[in-house]
Design a protein around this ligand. Sequence first.
Ligand code: SAM
Length: 396
Amino acid sequence: MEIETLAWLRTTEGGRLLAHAEQAWAEHAGDPVRVAGAVRRVEPDPEKAAAATTQAQLRAKAVAKFGDAARLMFFTPDALEQATRTRVADHRAARLAAAVPGGSVLDLGCGIGGDLLAFARAGLVSAGIDLDPVRVAMARANLEVLGLPGAVQVGDATSVDVRGFDAAFADPARRGGRGRVFDVEGWTPPWPWVLDLLTGRSLVKVAPGIGHDLVPAGCEAEWVSDGGDVKEAVLWSRSLSTTHRRATVIADHGLATLTEDDAPPPGAVGADVRDVGAYLYEPDGAVIRAGLVTAVAAGVEGGLVDPHIAYVTSDQAFRTPFARGYRVVEHLPYREKQLKAALHERRIGRLTIKKRGVQVVPEELRKRLALKGDEEATLVLTRVAGHGTALLVEPF
Ligand SMILES: C[S@@+](CC[C@H](N)C(=O)[O-])C[C@H]1O[C@@H](n2cnc3c(N)ncnc32)[C@H](O)[C@@H]1O
């Protein structure tokens, strides 16, 4: 979108067209051609019509990240994809605001302002810069429509002096960095710049796949999950860090955080492998990424099922935000033929298969098991003390 078109969308006339486009999406969500037609009927200028149609669609999509505020905001498709969701950004901003109360922060590459808005909401004096003028205009508009203070301008993060601010934040654009492999190639701004930034008072959002060996000495790495999905890791520079590794779990009912100080020392409860007890726990992805599975084991007074597998077991039922708990119903044979017979005998027709540390493709196994019956169950396939193990479990 051109900056001029964005400016027009913000006029009364543009706002009316946007509202019309939003209404059209609400009525014909599954039919983009009909939506476009409905918008074109009231706005003959193809560029304005297309901008309103796209913007209305992006707002609807953005509700998942920004809640109702999205209905007022402006996005580009890529910038929305890259933006930090409100719950995660608010957590980060609150933590920074606690570290530098009433302080200032410079967001180096602010995009449409996912993080910048959160910093401003947390009471920090917030400024953002970005290379992309359209994103800058959108971030500025987003602050305005949400009634938040802050300044945004076009600029190159790599040539800015951050010393006038209490903290600097960066969320570099990454190419293919969200998958299993953490690749520092192709970052903008680049990884060496990130390392340099982290020598000052700063924090940097990175992909959750970051290896522990890449975390600069003295920095804290915080892995954050929201609603059970790991969203990101954040590197906190030495002067802002309070530990080395942290897992923060955000859920509808609040937030919980675990650090390496919660991990048991060798020999203490939770540190070791033990037999499978009456309960099994599946740690949250942030806990696993942070390497804090033994901290969960200590919290449920249990142990690990295997030194290399992220399942925890205990004789007791605990509610913990850091893991999903299951009652172990029974041990089943691990060999496929006997397993199939056992499931048939129990009339299990619907089966959730969870696996860790074993070479199984759940969809293919489910087909081969040819399930029949009205019962529903959850099967865990894993390695216990080096041996393949099948456990029938139920969530509690
Ligand atoms: C991942 S996005 C930031 C998203 C943002 N944190 C949010 O929540 O909306 C990265 C941004 O950095 C900007 N960027 C990349 N290199 C830059 C540079 N050298 N200077 C300024 N901005 C840059 C990109 O234009 C992009 O908007």
